[in-house]
Ligand binder design. Structure first.
Ligand code: PLP
Length: 389
């Protein structure tokens, strides 16, 4: 990185992407489900540990497939956090179902599993576990609630490639898992995603939905004599060009995550003394291997201070951003969803969270520059504000 500008994110290219794309062109298959799609799917099945992976053109598409596979419709409810990206909710609203927003835990920022158990009603059909920043939700407890109530469990693992919970890759624990390869993620193909089908009973229908509602896959395998329209579906598969790009990235996925962990630990190290003074909070989960280090965030004391810090960093050539604007009080959230009780942690976190630059090309010297700029900012804050929270 140059000394001038530290962007919030920069798409990382490992180097073999164009070579793979050229090979796809020479293979003569540019539409979906060609050799590179197969290779990516096999990689995901092998390295994550799932019986079936289908590449999609986005995690949004994978979530939409999951919503179809859950067979939800009008009158059904789906439990999920409000502190998430819109696609988590949209996928189910598109089927006519109602998202039920549940509060998050203040340590992992993931859905509060205790509240999930109490949010289940006779209308509940599914639970969506969003692994925020690649940190695992409490999957044992969520699995238990799903089993006790005959619910489908979907993991929104958009941010969680190669993160694990008790030796299992995130996305492979629930019935279905959804990954993102959007350019903001650790492993990318511009736009891209995958659906992991962990419940084998859903595989056949998933292949049909993936191929526009046709039995094309089983026809190509010689299992049926006719290729025809058999169910609802859409064009959920990516082109071979995206798959060729993605395959180059997947081969380096562990190296990418490992470098990001180095950056993450550097942030923790340099910001630790300031956090101890109560100037802001660091992520509560600080173990030596912080999942896949997808996001690094701090929790500011209040939204005004966060706004001033963003401006200060921008003045120093550093981009930092906040999210999520909670879904439950967004215009669409008010129209299409309901909440389970109040969501105080969601509101508090969304007012406090600031994401610092985190991208694979970043160097530890960049992390140092960001932390130095943050330290300079807090020197300018009035001491009466420095009491900590
Ligand atoms: C939690 C979560 N779910 C779903 C998505 C949607 O992913 P995509 O952009 O691949 O559709 C995102 C994207 O950032 C996300 O963070």
């Amino acid at each position: 990185m140059s000394n001038d500008h530290i962007p919030f994110n920069k798409p990382f290219v490992v180097g073999k992407e164009l070579f793979n794309i050229a090979q796809a062109v020479m293979n003569g298959v540019l539409s979906g489900d060609g050799e590179f799609t197969q290779r990516c799917q096999t990689w995901l099945e092998h390295h994550l540990g799932t019986p079936k992976a289908l590449l999609t053109h986005s995690c949004t598409a994978a979530l939409e497939m999951a919503a179809i596979l859950s067979e939800v419709g009008p009158g059904d409810e789906v439990i999920m956090p409000s502190f998430t990206f819109v696609s988590t909710a949209n996928a189910f609203v598109l089927r006519g179902a109602t998202p039920v927003f549940v509060d998050i835990r203040s340590d992992t920022l993931n859905i509060d599993e205790q509240l999930v158990a109490s949010a289940v009603t006779s209308k509940t059909k599914a639970i969506v576990a969003v692994h925020y920043a690649g940190q695992p939700c409490a999957m044992d407890s969520l699995l238990q609630t799903a089993r006790n109530n005959n619910l489908i469990l979907i993991e929104d693992a958009a941010q969680a490639i190669l993160s694990e919970e008790k030796g299992c890759s995130l996305g492979t624990i629930g019935d279905l898992g959804c990954l993102s390869f959007h350019e903001t993620k650790n492993v990318i193909s511009g736009e891209g995603g995958a659906l992991l089908i962990n419940n084998k009973q859903l595989t056949e229908r998933a292949e049909i939905i993936w191929q526009k509602g046709t039995n094309r896959k089983s026809f190509l395998r010689g299992e049926t004599s006719k290729y025809t329209w058999v169910d609802i579906g859409s064009s959920f598969l990516p082109s071979e060009l995206s798959a060729a790009f993605l395959y180059a990235q997947l081969e380096h996925a562990r190296r990418i995550n490992s470098h990001r962990r180095t950056l993450y630990l550097k942030y923790l190290d340099l910001l630790g003394p300031m956090a101890k003074q109560g100037l802001f909070k660091l992520p509560a989960i600080k173990e030596e291997k912080p999942a896949n280090a997808h996001i690094f965030y701090i929790l500011c004391r209040n939204p005004d201070e966060r706004g001033s810090l963003i401006k200060h960093l921008a003045h120093n050539g550093i981009d930092a951003v906040f999210h999520y604007v909670p879904l439950h009080d967004s215009p669409a959230g008010l129209r299409y969803a309901r909440t389970h009780g109040n969501l105080p942690v969601t509101t508090e976190i969304s007012n406090a969270l600031l994401r610092l630059p985190m991208f694979t090309e970043m160097a530890t010297s960049d992390v140092r520059r960001v932390c130095t700029a943050i330290a300079a900012f807090y020197k300018t804050q009035p001491p009466n504000q420095n009491s900590g929270t």
